[in-house]
Design a protein around this ligand. Structure first.
Ligand code: PGA
Length: 260
């Protein structure tokens, strides 16, 4: 696992966007795994800027979002459909039919989840998956206790997550209790994982994910088992990492490292 510590949120967003752009330059028809929440907003803004100013092309890209709340129509301002459209899709040139977001309003969740998994496979698997991390250590909505082999499914949100996400709703009672989410096993099959974390509120979760034991209690710790996972943290989010100096040393020494 590579750990990249950035001075600011903007620097973190730019560094992660750079990696996504590199993947697209090498593979214009790449399959991108998308995340929602406040964390990736800066990354999306930077990709939109690259699209506008540097002709970064998304015309052959396919996307799969990690998760969606159950019960919110796609027009609801807090639905992840709405979030993705407003913050990213409407600003770039991804063909509509290439965009996949789990349905929060299907009449058959089990069948939908199976279809979603199959669709990822049919598209050749995810090339790069963007991830945030919950303060409880979750990736997507894989709450503590989620199997590290889990697949796309319906999940009950943890109280901590409902508390954390209440800021987006008028009241805590309005936060959906259920979500449909890619599983940890689904996420682990992506060829490249980029996990972003900013702010002191994420410091403990980041330390547990990067340096703690691999455990379903902190589903982000599964990244330790992935062969190409990078964690981007801003200064406050990195503040509880015990090996921080070493990670910074690695980055400082990187330009001189022998080419593999
Ligand atoms: P946030 O959510 O980006 O809004 O902090 C991250 C997450 O819960 O995965």
């Amino acid at each position: 696992m590579e750990v990249i510590i950035c001075k600011t949120y903007d620097a973190m967003s730019r560094a992660a966007a750079e990696v996504v752009a590199q993947v697209l330059n090498e593979k214009p028809n790449a399959v991108l795994g998308m995340a929602t929440g406040s964390t990736p907003l800066g990354l999306y803004q930077e990709l939109v800027r690259m699209h506008r100013e540097e002709s970064l092309d998304f015309s052959q890209v396919t996307t799969f979002n990690l998760d969606e709340y159950v019960g919110l129509p796609t027009t609801h301002e807090q639905s992840y459909h709405y979030f993705m459209h407003e913050n990213f899709f409407k600003h770039v040139n991804i063909p509509k039919q290439n965009i996949h977001i789990p349905s929060g309003t299907t009449s058959n969740y089990r069948a939908f989840c199976q279809w979603y998994e199959k669709r990822i496979d049919e598209c050749g698997g995810i090339d790069v998956q963007i991830l945030g991390i919950g303060s409880d250590g979750h990736i997507a909505f894989n709450e503590p206790g989620s199997s590290l082999s889990s697949r796309t499914r319906l999940k009950t949100l943890a109280k901590q997550t409902i508390d954390d996400n209440a800021r987006f709703f008028d009241s805590r009672e309005q936060v959906p209790v259920y979500a449909i989410t890619m599983g940890v096993g689904t996420i682990m099959e992506a060829r490249k994982l980029l996990l972003l974390a900013n702010g002191a509120k994420k410091a403990e979760a980041v330390a547990a994910a990067v340096e703690g034991p691999v455990s379903s209690m902190v589903t982000a710790s599964a990244l330790q088992m992935h062969e190409d996972a990078t964690v981007f943290a801003d200064d406050p989010a990195a503040s509880k990492l015990k090996m921080r100096e070493y990670y910074e040393w690695i980055q400082a020494k990187k330009p001189d490292a022998p080419r593999v």
